[in-house]
Ligand binder design. Structure first.
Ligand code: NZQ
Ligand code: ZN
Length: 386
């Protein structure tokens, strides 16, 4: 087992009604709050009114940054930083999915950053200080509620970069807030959860029993609970399991004790959503089975047979047949939850494949993947997704 340090400073308040703690949590950081949110789902669900009532009753001064885009943009980060300076903000309250949380993390870091904010995204090691961040999660997917990363897009350079900005100080995770997430977004979020596990699970190092076991149970739990939620979006326990899975899937725990490889599907998907602004989890669902098929070889086959057995309960005497059965099971699962499974379905053709593949291997990161990928390999995987 490899050495590691595990240190997550975020306090997580999980479950029904945890919003009762909101004002006391915020109180410890100050009175001037920047409330950040997306395109309006929190207004439709009533969460916005609930929050505003609590904050005004407790005499907080609230400034709003609304309209944070899925795949949040650097311009929105700039807007948020300016609001923080103008209104002398003490703490950011981010309410939404990964995009709102990610953008808010970048604003927290950008507040104290003296140079250009895109440079900060590209060189996060230059961040020295950040504003406090409290969030209320409304979508189970990214794990942004329990990690330091934020993924920010620059539409001008067609780049989408994930950087460590800051951990949330406190994350309020009430599964009931995810009741209103539409079916496609729920399925896409679940594909993202699974991908966070799979990116790490596929590694030759299986010496950490805990990492292996947690990975497999998260995958099995998503496979069990996603269909339940799609049938009954208000099933609290199934929503709660998806939310808890999302928190742990991207928390680093599944990689503790293992070699830290570049995440292949994420590196490629971030290029798809940088060029086409597609939903992150949809891109991953399309890519993952094709990537698996592409990297199946003598070195990897044992990992795939373990995946087939322990995640899907499959058997076969021939390891390659068993491996392919597992990949097919994942593909069929995504089909069964109505995820689009070709790039054509999401309006993507070959036009930008060359540039996307070039960008995906930039700085040689994909050469450090579990199975090393060149530009040509990425092109082949993308073509298999058409
Ligand atoms: O904007 P609103 O109106 O809130 O609607 C959102 C958005 O349209 C909607 N939504 C969220 N909660 C809802 C809801 N609709 C109804 N009811 C609710 N309760 O869902 C849509 C998607 O929201 P978004 O925040 O974009 O989704 P997600 O959580 O999947 O975040 C995706 C972003 O996170 C990045 C992705 O690349 C993408 O930019 N990632 C962040 C990571 C991290 N921080 O560690 C890791 C991931 O791998 C990922 O790259
Ligand atoms: Zn992801």
């Amino acid at each position: 087992m490899q050495n590691f340090i595990y240190d997550i400073p975020t306090k997580l308040l999980f479950g029904k009604g945890q919003i009762e703690n909101l004002t006391s949590v915020l109180q410890s950081f100050g009175k001037n709050v920047l409330l950040t949110y997306g395109g309006g789902s929190i207004k439709k669900s009533g969460l916005y009114d609930d929050i505003m009532q609590r904050l005004t009753t407790s005499h907080f001064h609230v400034v709003e940054l609304s309209g944070i885009e899925p795949n949040p943009r650097i311009e929105t980060v700039r807007k948020g930083v300016e609001l923080c300076h103008v209104h002398n903000i003490d703490v950011i309250l981010a309410v939404g999915g990964g995009s709102t949380l990610d953008c808010s993390k970048a604003i927290c870091a950008g507040y104290y950053y003296s140079g250009d904010l895109w440079e900060m995204v590209l060189h996060p090691q230059t961040i020295t200080k950040t504003l406090p961040l409290v969030d209320i999660l409304t979508l189970s997917a990214t794990g942004s509620e329990f990690d330091a990363f934020g993924v920010i897009s620059n539409p001008i350079t067609q780049e989408k970069i994930g950087s460590p900005f800051c951990y949330p100080n406190v994350s309020i995770c009430d599964p009931a807030y995810t009741f209103s997430v539409p079916a496609l977004q729920t399925a896409a979020g679940s594909a993202d959860i699974m991908s966070h596990v799979l990116e790490v699970y596929f590694s030759e190092d299986a010496s950490c029993d805990l990492a292996e076991g947690i990975s497999e149970i998260i995958l099995r739990s998503v496979i069990k609970n996603l269909p339940i939620v799609l049938k009954d979006p208000h099933d609290y326990d199934a929503r709660a399991n998806l939310m808890w899975n999302s928190t742990w899937a991207c928390s680093g725990i599944t990689g503790m004790g293992k070699i830290n490889y570049t995440w292949s599907c994420h590196a490629i998907e971030h290029k798809l959503s940088a060029f086409y602004d597609i939903t992150h989890g949809v891109g991953l669902a399309i890519l993952t089975p094709r990537w698996m098929e592409y990297i199946l070889n003598e070195k990897t086959v044992d990992r795939f047979t373990r995946f087939s057995r322990n995640v899907w309960g499959l058997e076969d005497d021939d390891p390659y047949v068993l491996a392919r059965k597992g990949i097919q099971a994942l593909y069929d699962f995504f089909v069964s939850v109505n995820l689009p499974m070709t790039l054509h379905e999401v309006g993507i053709d070959e036009t930008h494949f060359e540039k996307m593949a070039e960008d995906a291997v930039k700085y040689g990161e994909l050469l450090d993947a579990y199975v090393s990928l060149t530009k040509e390999d990425v092109m082949n995987i993308l073509k298999a997704c058409l």
